[in-house]
Every structure is written in structure tokens, then in C-alpha cells.
Design a protein around this ligand. Structure first.
Ligand SMILES: Cc1cc2nc3c(=O)[nH]c(=O)nc-3n(C[C@H](O)[C@H](O)[C@H](O)COP(=O)(O)OP(=O)(O)OC[C@H]3O[C@@H](n4cnc5c(N)ncnc54)[C@H](O)[C@@H]3O)c2cc1C
Length: 367
């Protein structure tokens, strides 16, 4: 598909004291792991709270639509963003406190998630090893309560500090305030776009506490002939598993799982099973049954399908990839076709895990 024209990037405002530049017509191609072309009307990168507060209270930008960006690994730009994109690059990892059993680690929102995982593995702080190699930043991790291999962020989460977009005030959100769910939190719902995560505090175990419940992880450790795994072994096994299944977004643009695994009522699941005995589900705490979206997509005939520059990956039907130079709208159209095929065959509505960014507004799921 034809690419949008390149625009000239211009610094339109500079706060020398606070060291913030606001750039007009900023290309976001390198700022999203799908690697699609899109421009931000305005763009600024902030490295601390003061810079962020200055931006948010700047009268010229007060009423302008804003998007907070980490590494862009859970975002699809379907159009240019007609507002201010703020890249959150607040760094630093520190040991906040400890007791006999636990450490509390505070990390800036801009820290790369895997760097935090590596830091904890190095110090033998247990809890994040199953979440090795998830792309993105610490600040985005609570937004969708990242999870993998039987562990979610919420399992180690203590609290976060966030800035109110309207007032610039800092508020503490404890675990119960965040309303974490499966790839979900209050920040994707009632507080969407209202707070910017600045720092996240995680409580990690000082004594070995490994989670080997996930069958594929156990099998990988067996294949590596590891009987008594260490924290490092778990991380290595997770990295091996992820690298064998997921395309590297630096080579093939993607945003990981495009859809969430649907959760359906038990009665609906039983009916589905009689019609499609190959469907497997597992019961969740909220009395639903979670089924594999990848399997539904595969059985609807959409695994390893390519249309133009967009396709589902050959090893993982849930991952939509940008084979070359696809634009966001092409990827969205492709996703909508998958959605329609799954609905037609199984009467199940897939919900997007990836945040779709359109010009009018930011919507959490495909409409
Ligand atoms: C190859 C691949 C594999 C993946 N595997 C997994 C996986 O196993 N498990 C999983 O859960 N996810 C996975 N993901 C998705 C992604 O890594 C996570 O969602 C990650 O947390 C996104 O981080 P980010 O910094 O890139 O966020 P972005 O994509 O930049 O932003 C995501 C959302 O968070 C908001 N946001 C970002 N930073 C802040 C902030 N500081 N304050 C407020 N809002 C903010 C954005 O506005 C946006 O709505 C995968 C992605 C890829 C590309």
C-alpha cells in the first residue's frame, strides 16, 4: 500500500532549563514494534517528573489530545496522531526496602522491562523470571497487567506512582486500586488516559520460589536436562521458548498477541465442545472458561495466511506480522477479517489486546 509522505520534523518549542524539546511532525516508525509509518503532530520525550509536569501544564498543549508511549510494543497506529505523543523515559532502579523475606524494588516507568528482570535475576530476587524478554517498559506493564508462563505482573506488584494528567498531582495506586485482570487494569477502563505511570514498586522474594506450573516451561526445562532449576535456568528456558515461538519484532514487525484469549460462560463452552471437540479450555477464578484464541484462529483457517504485506505468523496464529511495509490500516483490516472468520465459525467475539490508535480517539479494541 502507498506510504504516507515524509514530513519535515521541526523543533517548535524548547525549554532549555528543563531540557525538553517539542517536535512537530515527528515520525513514529521507530517508536512502534509493528514498524508502521505514522506521524505525531507533536512529540516530546520526558526523563523526569518535572519535565512531564511542565509539558502537561504548558498552556499551548493543555487541551491537546495526548498519547503516552513506552516502547510502542502494544500499539497499532492506524493513522497519524493529531496530538502530543509523550515518550516516557524515566529511568532508575533502586532497592526501596527489605526484610527477612522480601525486597521492594522501585523502577522508573521508562526502564526496559527485561532490564529490570535481568537486574532481579542477577540479585536472586524471585518473581519476575517467568516474565523474561517481554518487550516494553516498566510503566506500561501495569496497564495491561503483563503476563506469561503462568505469572502476571500483579503477582509481584506492590504499588505504583502516577501523575494526574489534568492536575499534575501524584497519586499512589495499590494493588486493589489497579483492578488487575487478565491483560487488564483500571488504566484501560475508567482511568484510561487519565494517569501517567511514573514509578512501579514490586515486592520480590529473597528465598527461592519458582513457578513451574506452566507445562511448556516444565517441558523446556526437561529438554534442557535441568532437574533442579535455578532462577537463571527459568529465565533461560523462558527466553528459549519465546525465541522459538515468537518472531523478533526487530526483524518482522509485530506487537505479540494481537487478540486476548476469550473467556466464555461454562454453558457456552459445553455447547462449543460438543460441536468442536478439539477446543480446550481452562476454568478461571471468575467461573468462566478461557480458550486459546490462537487455536480458534488456526481452526478458522487463518494460521500462516498472508495478504500483501500482512500475515499471521507461521508458528503462532495469534501474532499478526508486518512482512514489509504495511500501513496500520492494512493490519487493522486483516485483523478484522480474522475476527469475522472466528465469529462466523465459533460465535466468539475476539477482543484486541493491542491498543489501536486512530485519529479521532484511542480505542482499546477493534470496532
Ligand atoms: C514480540 C512481542 C511479544 C509480547 N509478549 C507479551 C507477553 O508475553 N505478555 C504480555 O503481557 N505482553 C506481551 N507483549 C505486549 C507488550 O510487550 C506489553 O504490553 C508491554 O507492556 C508494552 O510496553 P510498551 O512500553 O511497549 O507500551 P506501549 O506499547 O508504548 O503502550 C501500551 C499502552 O500503555 C500506555 N502506556 C505506556 N506507558 C505508559 C505510562 N508510563 N503511563 C501510562 N500509560 C502508559 C500506552 O498509552 C498504551 O495505551 C508482547 C509484545 C511483542 C512485540
Amino acid at each position: 500500500m502507498e506510504q504516507p509522505p515524509i514530513k519535515e520534523e521541526v523543533i517548535i518549542e524548547q525549554n532549555i532549563m528543563k531540557k525538553v524539546n517539542i517536535i512537530e511532525n515527528f515520525s513514529l516508525k521507530k517508536y512502534n514494534t509493528f514498524g508502521v509509518y505514522a506521524h505525531a503532530r507533536y512529540f516530546a520525550e520526558v526523563k523526569n517528573e518535572e519535565q512531564l509536569r511542565w509539558l502537561l501544564t504548558n498552556p499551548a498543549f493543555k487541551d491537546i489530545k495526548k498519547l503516552f508511549l513506552g516502547e510502542g510494543s502494544n500499539i497499532l497506529f492506524v493513522s497519524d496522531f493529531d496530538g502530543l505523543v509523550i515518550k516516557i523515559s524515566i529511568s532508575n532502579i533502586e532497592l526501596q526496602k527489605e526484610n527477612e523475606h522480601y525486597v521492594w524494588i522501585k523502577a522508573g516507568a521508562g526502564v526496559i522491562w527485561h532490564q529490570l528482570v535481568e537486574y532481579c535475576i542477577d540479585k536472586k530476587y524471585y518473581g519476575l523470571e517467568n516474565l523474561s524478554l517481554i518487550p516494553g517498559t516498566v510503566g506500561a506493564a501495569p496497564i495491561q497487567n503483563i503476563g506469561a508462563y503462568g505469572v502476571e505482573l500483579k503477582d509481584s506488584f506492590s504499588y505504583l506512582e502516577a501523575m494526574n494528567v489534568e492536575t499534575g498531582e501524584i497519586k499512589i495506586f495499590r494493588k486493589k486500586d489497579c483492578k488487575f485482570g487478565y491483560r487488564d487494569s483500571i488504566f484501560k477502563n475508567t482511568l484510561k488516559d487519565k494517569y501517567i505511570v511514573l514509578k512501579v514498586v514490586l515486592r520480590l522474594n529473597k528465598k527461592a520460589k519458582l513457578n513451574l506450573k506452566y507445562v511448556a516451561l516444565k517441558e523446556m526445562l526437561d529438554s534442557m536436562e535441568i532437574i533442579n532449576p535455578t532462577i537463571t535456568d527459568i529465565s533461560k528456558a523462558v527466553i528459549k521458548l519465546r525465541s522459538s515461538k515468537l518472531p523478533n519484532y526487530k526483524e518482522l514487525g509485530n506487537a505479540g498477541s494481537f487478540f486476548k484469549n476469550p473467556e466464555i460462560d461454562i454453558e457456552d463452552y459445553n455447547i462449543l465442545k460438543t460441536k468442536f471437540p478439539y477446543i480446550k479450555g481452562h476454568h478461571t477464578k471468575n467461573k468462566k472458561v478461557k480458550i486459546s484464541a490462537a487455536l480458534l484462529i488456526e481452526k478458522a483457517g487463518w494460521k500462516d495466511v498472508r495478504k500483501g504485506d500482512v500475515g499471521t505468523h507461521k508458528k503462532h496464529a495469534l501474532v499478526i506480522v508486518n512482512y514489509d511495509d504495511a500501513i496500520g490500516q492494512e493490519i487493522l483490516n486483516f485483523a478484522n477479517k480474522i475476527k469475522a472468520a472466528v465469529k462466523a465459525k465459533f460465535m466468539i467475539e475476539l477482543e484486541s489486546e493491542v491498543n489501536i490508535i486512530k485519529n479521532e480517539n484511542t480505542i482499546p479494541s477493534i470496532s
